[in-house]
Write a protein of this length. Structure first.
Length: 188
């Protein structure tokens, strides 16, 4: 007669090995799904598109209040160039971009109410395709933060004109934050 004790031990090892491999594969897939869903949630959600519409409207109101002509974002950015560091302009050949930074806690400018209400961190006026297809792409992109670079690259194939990009920074009570981006065309 043979004893079957060894078979139970081997069977247990095989089952644990198969379960471990299966769980590792599932975890990899789950991590991938989470990363993809997070990237979709941070780019052009319905909430941020709605907020961006109102940011654009407020900037257009600025142009009307000051009886100015031309593109409303360019009018606002040119009027606020280097005023307490609010807006800056980058130029590469015939291409340019504006970055307006509202992230300072002491910001008290024209867009203060919308900065507080919608948690606007920065807004940009640029042509994504010109930046990504530029010979000095890396030099140009170094002026932006990592999340904005990802957003510009993700929309560069869709836009071949200047657009308004708004970066939102949602703060949570535990000290963490989440960054959202949205873009919109601006009328001249």
């Amino acid at each position: 007669m043979r004893k079957k004790n060894g078979f139970v031990f081997m069977e247990t090892i095989v089952v644990i090995s198969v379960l471990s491999i299966t769980l590792m594969l599932l975890f990899g897939s789950y991590s991938y799904i989470l990363r993809k869903s997070r990237s979709k949630n941070t780019f052009d959600t319905s909430e941020t598109v709605y907020k961006t519409y109102y940011v654009r409207s407020l900037i257009e109101n600025y142009k009307k209040e000051h009886n100015r002509t031309g593109n409303s974002v360019e009018v606002y950015a040119n009027d606020h160039l280097n005023q307490k560091g609010e807006c800056t302009k980058q130029t590469y050949g015939s291409y340019y971009s504006f970055i307006c930074d509202l992230s300072n806690d002491n910001y008290n400018g024209y867009l203060k109410q919308i900065k507080i209400a919608f948690e606007v961190d920065k807004f940009y006026y640029l042509n994504p395709k010109q930046i990504v297809n530029n010979a000095k792409e890396n030099e140009w992109l170094n002026r932006f933060d990592a999340t904005t670079i990802d957003y510009i690259r993700s929309i560069s194939a869709s836009f071949d004109k200047y657009i308004l990009i708004v970066k939102y920074k949602k703060h949570y009570s535990d000290g963490s934050y989440e960054v959202f981006h949205s873009s919109m065309e601006v009328n001249s």
